[in-house]
Ligand binder design. Structure first.
Ligand SMILES: Cc1cc2nc3c(=O)[nH]c(=O)nc-3n(C[C@H](O)[C@H](O)[C@H](O)COP(=O)(O)O)c2cc1C
Length: 328
């Protein structure tokens, strides 16, 4: 399949693995890139720029295909040393960056000077237009269904993607709720030129996370995610568990007075405990509604091949079949 996204990134299939905290290590990024998609190392999971440089080297040992790095701009006061992370990316020879969280405007000159292609992940048409205006090469349009931070507009992809298509000149991929060939074909029909997946890639053989996480994803249904931290305007879609239920109780009790400190226990430092140790009730961790469509743990190669075969069949058989002329 050839789209502006495959051309832009030099990949065989228009499928991107979104940055994921404590999931997007070299093993997963390399597996996705080797299977013809675009794998991304999650920059901030590496605690220092030096560790990120090391992770990039490790990834390069596992793949000769293009891969990228996710840089998430956090809503915290004490911000990580982003210029040094960018230096590690550039010096490591990586030429693709997925930005997320906030506008990458301040860092665009440094990224562009180094010839880095920037795909900005955002949850609204206005933020996508801003990304286009500041020189991003593409955007990842993340609908309300998505795992992680869906923003505060609550627009599902059925509306958000065609709206993005109406406004944007740069190419975009659909993100949030994508799992299979059906998702890809629907995304293309709605105007996207590829898709970005998070949750689906966690339940793969190569995702370097505890087996309990993969099993929880396979077991969960589309009714099992919750939105938390809305009161802080930092809404996150997570898989429900006992800590999330507690968090929601605290949010109800505190109402408009909710402070981040009130929910520290349920949200801070949770990822290593869940992803590495497999403590499934340790706290709130990102997971999309698409969890209801995930029923197996294939290799990344099997997953991507299956998606592309299914998309091909859908387009050439099911959809083309509807166009067959009806005999008079
Ligand atoms: C476990 C997990 C961790 C995530 N961590 C990040 C992150 O650190 N930075 C980021 O930009 N997006 C993060 N995301 C969001 C994904 O990159 C992607 O946008 C999202 O999962 C798409 O929705 P889907 O889960 O329905 O596929 C995370 C998602 C998951 C499931």
């Amino acid at each position: 399949m050839k789209t502006r996204i495959t051309e832009l990134f030099g990949i065989r299939h228009p499928i991107i693995q979104g940055g994921m905290h404590y999931v997007g290590f070299a093993e997963l990024a390399a597996a996705v890139s080797n299977a013809g998609g675009l794998g991304l190392i999650t920059g901030l999971t590496q605690k220092t720029p030096e560790l990120l440089a090391k992770e990039i080297r490790r990834c390069r040992e596992m793949t000769d295909q293009p891969f990228g790095v996710n840089l998430t701009f956090l809503p915290t006061l004490a911000s990580p040393p982003y210029p040094e992370y960018i230096a590690a990316i550039v010096e490591g020879g990586v030429r693709i960056v997925e930005t997320a969280g906030r506008s990458p405007e301040a860092y665009m000159p440094a990224l562009k000077k180094a010839g880095v292609k920037v795909i900005h992940k955002c949850t609204s048409v206005r933020h996508a237009l801003k990304a286009e205006a500041i020189g991003c090469d593409a955007v990842s349009v993340d609908g309300f269904e998505c795992g992680g931070h869906p923003g505060e507009d609550d627009l599902p992809n059925m509306i958000l993607l065609p709206r993005a298509a109406e406004e944007l000149k740069i190419p975009f991929v659909a993100s949030g709720g994508m799992a299979d060939g059906r998702s890809l074909v629907a995304a293309l029909a709605l105007g996207a030129e590829g898709m970005n997946m998070g949750t689906r890639f966690v339940a793969t053989q190569e995702a370097p996370v505890h087996q309990n996480v993969k099993d929880a994803i396979v077991t969960a249904t589309e009714l099992d995610t919750r939105l938390v931290m809305r009161g802080l305007r930092n809404t996150e879609r997570v898989l429900t568990n006992s800590a999330v239920e507690q968090l929601i109780e605290i949010e109800k009790a505190r109402g408009a007075d909710l402070k981040f400190d009130d929910i520290m226990e349920q949200v801070a430092g949770v990822y290593p405990r869940v992803m590495v140790e497999g403590q499934m009730d340790a706290g709130a961790w990102s997971c999309g509604m698409v969890v209801g469509l995930i029923r197996d743990i294939p290799t990344v190669q099997e997953l991507i091949d299956r998606i592309m075969d299914e998309a091909d069949q859908l387009i050439t058989q099911r959809l083309a079949g509807f166009l067959e002329s009806v005999p008079a």
